[in-house]
Ligand binder design. Structure first.
Ligand code: IMP
Ligand code: MG
Length: 186
């Protein structure tokens, strides 16, 4: 039997853990629709949506096709950490930022913002490229876990501090393909 069993069940097992449905596909599409409308109302001109992969790939695919901002561009970016040669520890860099972002209006697309550490790193790295503006859109946000002061302009849904999978989000690489979002069973 495959580790990942059925897609339509109320609960699902991934690796060693059980998850139960938390936000179904219909609710997800309503959230994405509302978010697209808010982003369209922002009238940001000639934006580059920067999709943070892997997690945001499904959300971004559904979101950007509802965007009607003029001269919209879409690009993908992976935040990678590696052990440097220095003893100071990990260095983060952006992989995939091939297009010039200098003087551009950036809209970051994230799947979920938890502590905000990742978002802060992305923003710091983008600011080094002298972008014109940065706005952030995230499908999910965990306010109880958030530790940063950075404002998040577009939030799909605030959720409790629970681990979730599905619709791009993974538990040890499993679950990204699920059409619903599941939360860890207590
Ligand atoms: P942060 O740096 O703590 O804000 O975490 C952000 C990243 O951690 C997200 O982009 C996800 O990749 C991952 N993450 C945080 N919470 C969850 C979760 O509940 N499920 C799956 N991945 C998560
Ligand atoms: Mg992520």
């Amino acid at each position: 039997m495959a580790e990942l069993e059925k897609h339509s069940e109320n609960s699902i097992r991934l690796h060693d853990k059980e998850f139960e449905i938390f936000i179904n596909d219909i609710e997800i599409s309503n959230i994405v629709e509302d978010l697209a409308e808010k982003i369209n109302n922002s009238r940001i001109d000639n934006p580059i949506f920067i999709v943070i992969i892997n997690g945001a790939f499904l959300f971004a695919a559904d979101l950007v096709r509802k965007i009607n901002l003029s001269k919209t561009e879409v690009s993908f970016l992976k935040l990678s950490s590696y052990s440097g040669t220095k003893t100071t520890g990990n260095v983060n860099e952006l992989i995939g930022l091939s297009d010039s972002v200098k003087n551009r209006n950036i809209i970051i697309i994230e799947d979920i913002i938890d502590t905000g550490i990742t978002l802060e790193k992305i923003i710091n790295l983008l600011n080094k490229q002298e972008v014109a503006s940065i706005t952030t859109a995230t499908l999910l946000f965990k306010p109880e876990a958030y530790k940063k002061d950075i404002s998040i302009e577009f939030i799909g849904k605030e959720i409790p501090n629970k681990f979730v999978v599905g619709y791009g989000l993974d538990y040890d690489e499993l679950g990204r393909n699920l059409p619903h979002i599941y939360k860890l069973k207590e």
